[in-house]
Ligand binder design. Structure first.
Ligand code: CTP
Length: 406
């Protein structure tokens, strides 16, 4: 892709040279646009040598190329690294004092900013307001890291590692690239964990973060689907996207009702939610009290509804439920049986078209950013293994859903 790397005047400019290196080594065309102050830290020859291209920073250089307008339009992404407090303020105010300011004002592509400054500057209300303004305009301002600053001081405001900036930039670009694999299709995704009430204040829950389900909703929307996200308890925000409608639920019973209602006449149902298998057989209306004699109550559990299985059964009974139903199997495996073997048995038992198997355990999958899954199919022996961020996994699953619907 074509990248504009804007470098502003902070000591972290030298680390931007490493970021540039990562970009060019991955085969991308990078146009470096430093500010005058950035050039006081790292000179033009360094940027030209590392990018292999001429470097301009004045609006009145190479005017015949209309650089100030075209750079931000032709690029796939504009990255500002480091973004100083001053450059963030100028961008928020919309100033076009130099070539970089002009490019930011004319850019019609994703803009990513990687701040680097002293903690006081980052926490100053002026900077906070500027960052908030930029974010509401769709600029991706990466959170600065915490650690050693320029001198002996430490705190929040440190330039994130070039590898992190590069990874986040690639993810942002991937998320904003839209396709049409699911154009005209409607998809229901369940995400997060269910909560089963014990009394008005307590519940039985699980460790699901909702990340994988939200990533699936976003990936489906990015491929042109109309998405209903049925969300239980999640650590992450529900996405705001014009193609995604969010329905909040709490218990397994709510989830069942929501799925049977919202999945009618839809093309696909993806059950990424971590659904409780058991709930307290009775939930009291009053808070359960502690007793002076130190006795504790015994909680009797009963099985919950199986939402996936019920959906498949109701479809078989003639309800207009989705043609493609995707289940998830969170498996730990044991001495005799591997997670994948349990997954295959579950695919048979549940009767869904696609089953996504992942291995779970303490510190594995739940709440983590990465995932490692195998996608199994009811009508073929094919197995698709995917490893990567939950966004990468979501994209691969959505691809399989689109193929199954085609
Ligand atoms: N699921 C469901 N309703 C439940 C439990 C699970 O719809 N009450 C769905 C999950 O959303 C997931 C799939 O079923 O898509 C498999 O969930 P999992 O917990 O791995 O399987 P279980 O059926 O609970 O089987 P087991 O606990 O015996 O492994």
């Amino acid at each position: 892709m074509r990248i504009v790397l804007g470098v502003t005047g902070g000591i972290a400019a030298y680390k931007a040279a490493l970021l540039l290196r990562l970009m060019t080594e991955d085969g991308h065309e990078v146009h470096v646009v430093p500010t005058d102050s950035a050039l006081k830290f790292v000179g033009k020859p360094t940027w030209e040598a590392l990018s292999g291209r001429p470097v301009y920073n004045d609006t009145f250089e190479a005017v015949e190329d209309v650089n100030h307008v075209l750079q931000g339009r032709r690029a796939d992404v504009v990255v500002l690294a480091p973004a100083t407090a001053n450059s963030i303020a100028k961008a928020a105010a919309g100033l076009a004092e130099d070539l970089l300011g002009n490019i930011l004002l004319t850019a019609t592509v994703p803009v990513v900013m990687a701040p680097a400054m002293h903690t006081e500057m980052w926490e100053n209300p002026a900077t906070k307001a500027n960052v908030a303004t930029l974010r509401t305009r769709g600029v991706h301002v990466i959170e600065p890291a915490v650690g050693r600053l320029t001198g002996v001081d430490t705190g929040k405001g440190r330039f994130p590692e070039p590898e992190d900036i590069w990874a986040q930039t690639q993810q942002i670009v991937a998320e904003t690239q839209t396709g049409d694999q699911l154009a005209g299709r409607s998809v229901v995704v369940s995400a997060g964990g269910t909560r089963e009430a014990l009394d008005p204040v307590r519940y039985l829950g699980n460790r699901s973060s909702g990340k994988q389900g939200v990533a699936l909703a976003k990936a489906a929307a990015a491929q042109g689907a109309r998405v209903t996200l049925i969300a239980g308890a999640m650590d992450v925000q529900a996405p705001t996207h014009p193609n995604i409608t969010v329905v909040r639920i709490e218990s397994t019973r709510d989830l069942l009702d929501a799925v049977l209602e919202h999945a009618q006449h839809q093309d696909a149902l993806i059950m990424a939610a971590a659904v409780a298998d058991f709930r307290p057989a009775t939930a009291t209306n009053e808070k359960i009290k502690k007793h002076d004699d130190a006795t504790a109550p015994t909680i009797v559990l009963e099985q919950t509804e199986d939402v996936l299985r019920t959906s498949i059964e109701q479809r078989a009974a003639g309800q207009p439920l989705p043609r493609v139903i995707v289940g998830f199997a969170a498996e730990t495996g044991d001495e005799t049986t591997s997670p994948l073997e349990y997954g295959r048995a579950k695919l048979q038992r549940k009767g869904c078209e696609i089953l996504v198997v992942n291995e779970v355990g303490i510190g594995k999958v739940f709440g983590q950013d990465d995932n490692d899954v195998t996608i199994l199919f009811a009508n073929s022996h094919e197995e698709v293994s995917v490893r990567g961020s939950k966004d990468v996994v979501a994209k691969a699953i959505i691809e399989q859903v689109a193929a199954a619907l085609a």
